[in-house]
Design a protein around this ligand. Structure first.
Ligand SMILES: [Cu+2]
Length: 487
């Protein structure tokens, strides 16, 4: 999963990135934050820090101010600040960015400081925060600080609470982070376009002192849910799409581009999730139960929590879930809408289960180049074959595990629980431990011939043994990727 480390060495390297953002050549180091000098008009402001890598960066240990235990942003990073006269000063730069969605596909998005989503902002309850926002987009923008208590004039709604930030200008927001919790930021100016292009970021306010409803955890991970509509072969999202998105991402990454969550056995794990897509996402974990311990409204009192294995994160909501990782293994963690664990080209494919196709697909391909049909027995075989795809296009189902094709894309990753995983504070605390080694006798296996087998019982009204004849199935030929179906 780490082949993308060479991303900046490739064709879409620093030159393309800086040409897009209009600045000097990017750092050749993909794993370290690259700092650059800005034009003189920005002198006196905290130097903006730019991240050029889509890798998960180590948590930012606070160098000053009130202490806290930092979060890990999945395939993201935390924005450093400057302390000035007791105020935490951050500098966000809204700008076009190149974002690798997964190895093999890079999107032209809008974001902040070199990435979409923008960097996570971490502060402590009671901190006075000053945020400089420089607009390097081709149109006006604002930043709305979703969920915060603040003076109305700092709320970032263009036209309502402030004039929009003109192209090339810098605005200053300042307020006290009054309550601890899980928040996000995004524009409130041309927001349909700007959020469809990827403008959003995470915000965590840590508690100042121990809070009765906020547990101390061993791991604290966060990411945003986002969705894009990028035609196969293209790289810029269509911004007018309301329903028919084809790329379902966490922090603008699709599996297998989403890093795993690697934890130590019996760690208390908190995962914070925010939804800035146009639909809800039931987030599901395998092997464990969790509780929702907070929302963007604040921490949930312990008496109001209940156990779940799936929680719906509706549009514009944030959920923080917590569990004890007490089951060893590699556990799937994903959105439970099955279309959301697929990449582009997953729609408008006719259902041909039970239809003998033989050479039909090859024949149709002579008439309709790029035609692809669901397999006669289902679609799993598509996860296992190498198909000819347009450039810059992810396979619909992808990812390989120790037992073969995983057949997942989109909003999917794994939580790996290991006895020997280093603690989160260790430099290798998040490193991928590799695939789980199942103890003998704990793995589903093939039933051997000669072993006794119980009789299979059927309900008395069981369906007939054979599916309807092929002639009864209407065959429709459609080129994938074109059509108007929602899902
Ligand atoms: Cu979903």
């Amino acid at each position: 999963m780490n082949s993308r480390r060479n991303f900046l060495g490739g064709a879409l390297g620093g030159a393309a990135l800086s040409a897009l953002a209009g600045r000097a050549s990017a750092s050749s180091t993909a794993t370290a934050p690259a700092e650059r000098v800005r034009p003189t008009s920005l002198l006196g402001l905290p130097e903006p820090v730019v991240q050029t890598s889509a890798d998960t960066q180590p948590p930012l240990q606070p160098p000053n101010g009130r202490p806290y235990r930092p979060v890990l942003t999945l395939n993201g990073w935390t924005l450093p600040w400057r302390m000035k006269g007791g105020v935490k000063e951050f500098h966000l730069v809204a700008e076009p960015v190149l974002r690798e969605i997964a190895p093999g596909m890079t999107a032209r998005l809008w974001g902040y400081n070199g990435q979409s989503p923008g960097p996570t902002i971490e502060v402590v309850e009671g901190d006075r925060v000053r945020l400089f926002v420089t607009n390097r987009l081709p149109e006006v923008t604002t930043v709305h600080w979703h969920g915060q208590r603040l003076p109305a004039g700092m709320d970032g709604v263009a036209g309502l609470t402030q004039p929009a930030i003109p192209v090339g200008q810098t605005f200053v927001y300042e307020f006290v982070a009054r309550r601890p919790g899980t928040f996000m930021y995004h524009p409130h100016a041309d927001e349909m376009v700007q959020m469809a292009m990827g403008m959003m970021g995470f915000w965590v306010t840590h508690p100042k002192v121990r809070h009765p409803h906020i547990s101390e955890v061993d791991r604290d991970v966060c990411f945003l849910l986002n969705a894009y509509d990028i035609e196969p072969g293209a790289s810029t999202p269509k911004v007018n799409t309301m329903l028919d998105f084809n790329l379902w991402t966490w922090n603008s990454r699709a599996f297998p581009g989403i890093d795993g969550i690697h934890v130590r056995h019996n760690d208390r794990v908190r995962i914070r999730i925010g939804n800035l897509t146009m639909t809800n996402h039931p987030i599901h974990i395998h092997g464990h139960e969790f509780e929702v311990t907070g929302t963007d409204g604040g921490p949930v009192p312990k008496s109001a929590r209940w156990p779940e294995v799936t929680t719906d994160v509706a549009v514009g909501q944030m959920r923080q879930i917590e569990f004890i990782a007490d089951e060893l293994g590699d556990w799937a963690f994903h959105c439970h809408k099955s279309h959301h664990t697929m990449n582009a080209m997953g729609h408008n494919v006719p259902n041909l289960i039970g239809v003998k196709q033989d050479d039909l697909v090859r024949d149709i391909n002579r008439l309709v180049p790029g035609y692809m049909a669901m397999g006669e027995t289902g679609m799993h075989e598509m996860a296992e074959m190498d198909m000819d795809l347009p450039d810059n296009t992810l396979p619909m189902m992808t990812g390989t595990g120790p037992f073969g094709a995983i057949g997942m894309g989109g909003m999917f990753t794994t939580v790996k629980v290991r006895k020997d995983q280093p603690p989160a504070s260790h430099p290798d605390g998040h490193k991928d431990p590799g695939w789980y080694r199942h103890p003998p006798g704990t793995l589903a296996r093939s039933h051997q011939q000669g072993e006794s087998l119980p009789d299979a019982h059927r309900a008395p009204t069981a369906a007939p043994d054979s599916p309807p004849a092929a002639s009864a199935v209407e065959l429709q030929v459609r080129k994938p990727g074109h059509g108007h179906h929602g899902h």
